[in-house]
Design a protein around this ligand. Structure first.
Ligand code: DNO
Length: 394
């Protein structure tokens, strides 16, 4: 595996030297400063590569940018509305301009409105470390008391609504503030930080879209961008919904084995691949991550490794460390290593992998302005655990 670390660019409080010290050899990054939908020029990409190279010298580990995560997909593309044609044309040019700089793996997702979603960013673990958490009742609370949506009984049972009301009564003003921040843009890589009215507007843009409509829009998008990926020898990897369940009454369509089958049936090419995110996939109670891996292993172009502990309601979870969660990482890593062996016919093929999210540990907890989930020490521990497993099973 290509041991990689996500890096949010020159403004990331986690520096390239930190990444090197964590034993990663590759960086996964994006041009976060470019607004969603705009084209990235060859030169924009080149400048970022130059920045990384300036930190490399003849002695240290030379970090290399191996994966773009992500080129975000604008909501107008997901809705096929307004200027979506122009946005797709920019997207295609961006793929080509990235490839012109010899970066050949690109991650993207098709989650409506918001990218990944958590309800709490500082869930205290028994170790005193802090983790990210998703509590389904708090999503109902968010809809009920923050967005003030009506007709919630259409998608939630009476029991769920009652339990959400009960939990709401126990929440302090600060908890509500944190919930609002977490859902509406407190997480890195979110499209935008929404206001309540903007969030409601986005919801109404999706109100007539059912599962099939959004799937078809994804299929159209795939059919448009994959020929460009093929021409430029770029492997695309669509990231699963995180979490892989419908949120706020809007369907999510990259959540299950069937969803992925639909995606791969839309355009038959190794360029039309997946980002295998163990933690995201495992947070849907009905997903069998090993089965998904085996079924689509040829299409896995990028791997995110993190683990989750699901809760009794089967929808809520917190992010555990790699060794203690619901996914058996020894088993999963064996599958990945076997797949790498299978691919290594002429030369050794390593799939790009990054430890996804880390806990906030030790000095991480004193840091200001870090990107939630993307701590230095927490991810260093994650990568170390993974490297230990790899070394032991190889
Ligand atoms: C969360 C991430 C997501 C992911 C994008 C991929 O930590 O895994 O932000 O990068 O959804 O497009």
């Amino acid at each position: 595996m290509q041991n990689s670390f996500r890096w949010y660019g020159p403004t990331d409080p986690v520096k390239l030297t930190d990444i090197r010290q964590a034993n990663a050899e590759y960086v996964v990054t994006s041009l976060h400063q470019i607004p969603y939908g705009e084209k990235w020029s060859k030169n924009d990409v080149k400048k970022r590569i130059n920045y990384i190279n300036k930190n490399n010298n003849s002695y240290n580990i030379n970090l290399k940018w191996n994966v773009v995560e992500s080129i975000p997909v604008h909501n107008n593309i997901k809705l096929r509305t307004k200027n979506f044609k122009k946005l797709i044309s920019n997207y295609k040019d961006t793929i080509a301009n990235i490839a012109a700089n010899n970066i050949n793996t690109i991650c993207y997702n098709f989650m409506p409105i918001v990218d990944w979603t958590r309800t709490q960013l500082d869930f205290k673990l028994p170790t005193d470390g802090l983790a990210l958490k998703f509590n389904y009742l708090q999503i109902i609370i968010f809809e009920m008391y923050i967005l003030k949506l009506k007709n919630l009984e259409k998608r939630y049972s009476n029991k769920q609504i009652k339990n959400a009301e009960k939990l709401f009564k126990l929440m302090k003003t600060n908890d509500i503030k944190n919930l609002k921040l977490a859902v509406m843009g407190g997480l890195p890589a979110s499209e935008t930080k929404y206001s309540v009215s903007e969030f409601r507007e986005m919801l109404s843009a999706y109100k007539d879209m059912d599962n099939i409509d959004i799937k078809q829009n994804l299929r159209e998008f795939i059919k448009e961008i994959m020929p460009v990926a093929e021409e430029n020898n770029v492997k695309m990897g669509i990231h699963p919904d995180d979490p892989p369940i419908p949120l706020f009454g809007v369907p999510r369509i990259v959540s299950t084995m069937d969803d992925y089958q639909y995606i791969f049936d839309s355009y038959d090419s190794p360029c039309n691949g997946m980002t295998f995110c163990a933690g995201s996939l495992a947070s849907n109670f009905y997903n069998d991550v090993y089965k998904i891996f085996n079924r689509f292993k040829k299409r896995i172009n990028f791997i995110h490794l993190r683990n989750v502990k699901k809760e009794k309601d089967r929808k809520s979870f917190y992010e555990s460390n790699h060794l203690n969660g619901d996914v058996d990482f020894v088993r999963l890593i064996k599958l990945i290593l076997n797949e790498e062996k299978r691919r290594s016919i002429k030369e050794k093929i390593d799939i790009p992998m990054r430890p996804d999210h880390g806990h906030s540990l030790l000095d991480d907890q004193n840091k200001k302005n870090f990107n939630a989930g993307y701590t230095a020490i927490g991810r260093l521990m994650g990568l170390s655990e993974l490297r230990g497993i790899i070394k032991a099973v190889i």
